[in-house]
Ligand binder design. Structure first.
Ligand code: GLC
Length: 573
């Protein structure tokens, strides 16, 4: 360790952790857990990449998502009827916007009940799924952690009958408020409950669904019944009185701390196969095991096929079961930069299938923000445009500069063979898909400071614009690289630039990336959805006078079996 100064430290503890890397005292890093074991692993290696590889050897490697999941995903809270989804699909196709998936947020359900479909708004759901599939679009329904308390609702009744829900101190299912009102949480730490919840996905799988997102699985609590009653009593006692400031603050405080209250998390329990565990001790494992429950069931349902599942909450090790999205960001430029910075961090934790809500989830987006975000998003596995109800609509065909959007999305589809190959190699070898410059140029002090440029796979470096009103940006090249300024596979310019700083102008309708020396990448012809991709005839770009080898991975994109033999070395002339 002393020689390279490179090592990793993985502390395996699901309790609440406090990590302070030099904030309180710049000479000191502190990591504290509220409880739990001091199980930690030193990961040695002669480079950062080797440390990451050692870490994924320990925690397991990410499975492959189906190829179609690398297409563009359209989402919004909520498309609330089949007709609305159909209209969205029509507009996307009409404006020639490539798309592979439309997400169904909570309103597809009947009163927010998991594994139900609102029959009035989505009549004959299997036929509708098929209709969308015929247009090359998959539907991706949301599944929430909270199960509605309702007599006669089979998921609730079965869960109660078999003791599959988390219990309060009184031994009864612990009731909280989430989307459906009174709700209970499946006990994902109990293997039987996990198996049972997972088997419920069958309802939707049988309708032809091939992908899901798991949400509110921290788990998110708007209020517990217990705490809400206490708060209302506290407030109502104050009605009509002349309140002191302290009394007034006690009201706002009580209301503000209703959601996700630590006291609530400490007052319900899991039955981890015979061992009673207080939820707060395993809070971070809840979402993880929710995704595990689905992923394990998918194997049972059809072990020959790949399914998509990604989640909002997660924990170390969950990458073996599914991916994640980074939750409720906002339409703010800082969140675009944060998206960029989080990519290598997530990779280092093992997650390859990841992404953020591009354009921003909360608040109103703007066209310039959306375009710049998309210019990053086209290099990210989960490319999803999602936003909250009430915010300005941000479906791509609603923006003025359709040409720019079209260029960027087409380029995304052209990049898919490269992204897929790099993804698979990273997954099979436990390597990073996004590599910070400091990992690759450890002796270059400038490179180590750069946090706004990344290698995507082994061949290219990206440097997105993430500030408003900027027509370009400064890019640092740690060695000479070939810049590719590209609008489309038939309209691009290449220039070899020397090591050092360069100001690069980047228009809204184009992308810039840099090919490392001796490297190449394939670009496919753009298509309207992934199934149309031609994975044999490419435009090859390379940074070399001579021949360059590129390891291309191709397969049918859906079969679960991933083989090293499918990686073929292509001689790029
Ligand atoms: C949560 C999710 C968000 C979703 C909303 C409604 O806030 O993070 O993506 O749209 O719930 O389901």
């Amino acid at each position: 360790l002393k020689e390279t100064g490179v090592y990793g430290l993985f502390w395996d503890n699901p309790h609440k952790l406090h990590i302070d890397l030099g904030y309180a005292d710049d000479q000191c890093w502190r990591m504290e857990a509220e409880d739990g074991p001091l199980d930690y692993y030193y990961l040695a290696g002669d480079s950062m990449a080797a440390v990451v590889s050692a870490y994924t050897r320990l925690t397991g490697r990410a499975p492959l998502p189906p190829l179609w999941t690398l297409g563009y995903h359209q989402s919004r809270w909520s498309y609330a009827s089949a007709q609305e989804v159909r209209d969205i699909a029509c507009c996307l196709r009409e404006y020639d916007i490539p798309c592979d998936a439309i997400h169904l947020d909570i309103d597809y359900m009947e009163n927010y009940k998991d594994f139900t479909i609102n029959g009035e708004r989505f009549p004959d759901f299997p036929a509708f799924v098929k209709e969308m599939r015929e247009r090359g679009i998959r539907l991706i329904p949301i599944i929430d952690a909270g199960v509605k308390v309702e007599k006669g609702y089979s998921v609730y009744e079965e869960g109660v009958k078999n003791n599959y829900f988390c219990k309060g101190e009184d031994g009864e299912p612990f009731v909280v408020g989430v989307w459906p009102g009174d709700s209970v949480f499946p006990d994902f730490l109990n293997s039987k409950a996990r198996e049972w919840f997972g088997s419920n996905y069958k309802t939707l799988l049988d309708c032809g669904i091939e992908g899901f997102w798991n949400d509110m699985n921290e788990p998110s609590v708007f209020y517990s019944k217990k705490n809400l009653a206490k708060t209302i009593e506290h407030i109502s006692g104050k009605a009509g009185k002349n309140l002191s400031l302290q009394e007034f603050w006690s009201i706002t405080g009580a209301v503000a701390t209703l959601a996700n209250n630590p006291e609530d998390y400490a007052s319900f329990y899991h039955d981890a196969d015979g061992k009673q565990i207080r939820h707060s001790e395993v809070h971070n494992l809840f979402g993880y095991n929710m995704v595990r429950s689905a992923s394990e069931y998918f194997k049972e349902y059809d072990d020959k096929k790949r399914f998509l599942i990604y989640s909002r909450s997660s924990h170390i090790g969950m990458h073996r079961y599914g991916g994640i999205w980074t939750g409720d960001n906002a339409s703010r430029w800082e969140h675009l930069l944060m998206n960029l910075k989080m990519l290598p961090s997530l990779n280092m934790c093992g997650f390859l299938y990841a992404g953020a809500d591009i354009g921003g989830f909360g608040q109103d987006t703007t066209e310039d923000l959306m375009l710049r975000w998309l210019a990053l998003g086209i290099f990210v596995p989960l490319l999803r445009n999602h936003c909250t109800f009430g915010a300005r609509r941000q479906e791509f065909y609603l923006f003025e500069n359709k040409k720019a959007i079209k260029n960027l999305l087409d380029l995304r589809y052209s990049l898919i063979p490269y992204l897929y190959s790099e993804y698979v190699k990273s997954a099979l070898r436990g390597e990073l898909l996004y590599t910070p410059l400091g990992f690759l140029y450890p002796n270059d002090e400038r490179a180590k400071e750069i946090e706004d440029q990344l290698f995507v796979g082994g061949s290219i470096m990206i440097a997105p614009v993430y500030r408003q009103n900027e027509k370009g940006r400064l890019v640092y090249l740690p060695e000479s690289m070939k810049m590719v300024k590209i609008k489309s596979v038939t309209d691009y310019r290449e220039e070899v630039l020397p090591r050092g700083d360069h100001y690069i102008e980047i228009g809204f309708d184009e992308t810039v990336f840099f090919i490392a020396p001796g490297k190449a990448l394939p670009l496919a012809n753009p298509v309207s959805h992934v199934e149309e991709l031609d994975d044999k005839n490419f435009l090859w770009l390379k940074n070399s006078e001579g021949e360059v080898d590129y390891e291309l991975y191709t397969d049918d994109g859906v079969t679960a079996d991933i083989r090293f033999e499918n990686i073929k070395t292509i001689k790029v002339k």
